[in-house]
Design a protein around this ligand. Structure first.
Ligand code: ADP
Length: 448
């Protein structure tokens, strides 16, 4: 087992990983940028190392600085969290060559999952249903037109290296396909330095349903049920829940088995997520694999009574998974609300600043994963998420009732957050009935 781990991240996930280390009796080394010197997780870490100035490129994405910190602190492993370098195969490779265990999949598996075209080809070969579309990258508008005519409009142009909803364009007809093709390419080039795009049938009003997987280095792969992440704003998740309100046992099992087949085909180890779209007729289609722990993992931890970060650390150290497929039982209903420092009444404008009053919600079934405290200043340089409120109760109705109460209790003065938006969403009859799709928030709460 490891004695010392470096946490290559910040914010709530750094604190979450630190807690898992402490629970395992492992020493933790926290790194931070100059803008994060007052970060909460630094107070609990065994050692702290400043890795550079505020800009992510100079600190949390700075591979030489991270490796130097790891060597100075003499750690055996690095947990990358999510975002930053978590899906960077080069970083995983550098760790390997420096004899530091990267707590995540192998560089090869990361590369295969990170290229969406390659991942889709792998899915097809593993007999996992995919959204109809181009079988590979599209190099010119003529090919785009030929494929769109074959699969039928509307179509979606997607970036092979895509993430966070960037490099995606919907086209409803041939002229918009031509403009969308060029727009998606240049956006992808700018965002990912890779202009490769491909085409997919645009599934109308789908739900986003993803399967959590966990694999060890001995060939054991288990799925831990699904999360419904249909509440999104511009393809960014806001609320996640498990179980999915409309999924039957048979479809759940089929999706779980498909996810495991794909993970096997990719020689996958560690935690990962296989994302699907679910159409109105309950057909599911693979869209991508995320080769990291995700923001919404606590939803799965709640309903399956597991600790996924702990499991990641254990399997990275060479241990076998602590559960078998038949041990995984989903119990009750969980929901997660991403509390962002953004103003939902003013086009989600970022609202960094100092937290003047802070009161965390509590009570049965309430989990609050966050790095903020009274007097903490939210820096403007990073992601706007300041906390995650996770509710777990016996059924969906009770979970909604407790969520409403907890969101009312949550007090964060000094900055504006998305908490008020969630109170409005919880009052929407379609949401309460579980009848949502990925366009729900944009339609009712965030008109363009
Ligand atoms: P990213 O990596 O940028 O997050 P994804 O492939 O995961 O991109 O897609 C993000 C979101 O975009 C999905 O949750 C869904 O809302 C929407 N989406 C992706 N592919 C399709 C599709 N073929 N049809 C309809 N919506 C889609």
């Amino acid at each position: 087992m490891f004695h010392r781990i470096l946490i290559a991240n910040r914010g709530e996930i750094a604190l979450r990983i630190l807690r898992a280390c402490k629970d395992l009796g492992i020493e933790s080394v926290a790194v931070y940028s100059e803008a994060d010197k007052d970060s909460l997780h630094l107070r609990y870490a065994d050692e702290t190392i400043c890795i550079g100035p505020a800009a992510s490129a100079d600190s949390y994405l700075n591979i030489p600085a991270l490796i130097a910190a790891a060597e100075i602190a003499d750690v055996e492993a690095i947990h990358p969290g999510y975002g930053f370098l978590s899906e960077n195969e080069h970083f995983a490779e550098v760790c390997q060559s420096c004899n530091i265990k990267f707590i995540g999949p192998s560089p090869q598996a990361i590369a295969q999952c990170g290229d969406k075209v390659a991942a889709k080809q792998l899915a097809k070969a593993a007999n996992v249903p995919c959204v109809p579309g181009s079988d590979g990258p599209i190099d010119n508008e003529q090919d785009a037109l030929v494929i769109a005519r074959k699969i039928g409009f509307p179509v979606l142009i997607k970036a092979a290296a895509g993430g966070g909803g960037r490099g995606m364009r919907v086209a409803h007809n041939e002229p918009s396909l031509v403009t969308g093709y060029h727009a998606a390419r240049s956006e992808a080039e700018k965002a990912f330095k890779d202009s490769t795009v491909y085409l997919e049938k645009y599934i109308e009003k789908p739900r986003h349903v993803e399967i959590q997987i966990m694999a060890d280095q001995h060939g054991n792969i288990v799925h831990l049920g699904e999360r419904d992440c249909s509440l999104q704003r511009r393809h960014q998740k806001l609320v996640e829940e498990s179980p999915c309100p409309v999924l039957d046992d048979k479809t759940r099992e089929a999706m779980g088995e498909a996810a495991v087949r794909l993970a096997k085909a990719a020689n996958y180890t560690s935690a990962g997520t296989v994302e699907f779209l679910l159409d109105k007729d309950k057909h599911f289609y693979f869209i991508e694999i995320n080769s990291r722990i995700q923001v919404e993992h606590p939803v799965t931890e709640s309903v399956t009574d597991t600790d996924l970060i702990r499991e990641m650390i254990l399997v990275a150290a060479g241990e076998r998974l602590s559960f078998r497929q038949e041990d995984i039982r989903m119990r009750g209903h969980a929901m997660e609300f991403r509390i962002n420092a953004e103003d939902p009444d003013h086009n989600f404008k970022p609202s960094p600043g100092t937290v003047r009053t802070f009161v965390a919600p509590a009570g049965p079934g309430v989990r609050w994963d966050s790095h903020i405290y009274q007097g903490y200043t939210v820096p403007p340089h990073y992601d706007s998420m300041v906390g995650k409120l996770i509710i777990h109760r016996q059924n969906r109705k009770q979970t909604i009732a407790v969520a409403r109460r907890a969101l009312q209790e949550l007090t964060i003065d000094g900055i504006t957050t998305t908490a008020s938006l969630f109170l409005r969403i919880l009052d929407h009859s379609d949401f309460c009935a579980g009848e949502v799709d990925t366009g729900f928030v944009d339609r009712y709460f965030s008109p363009r």
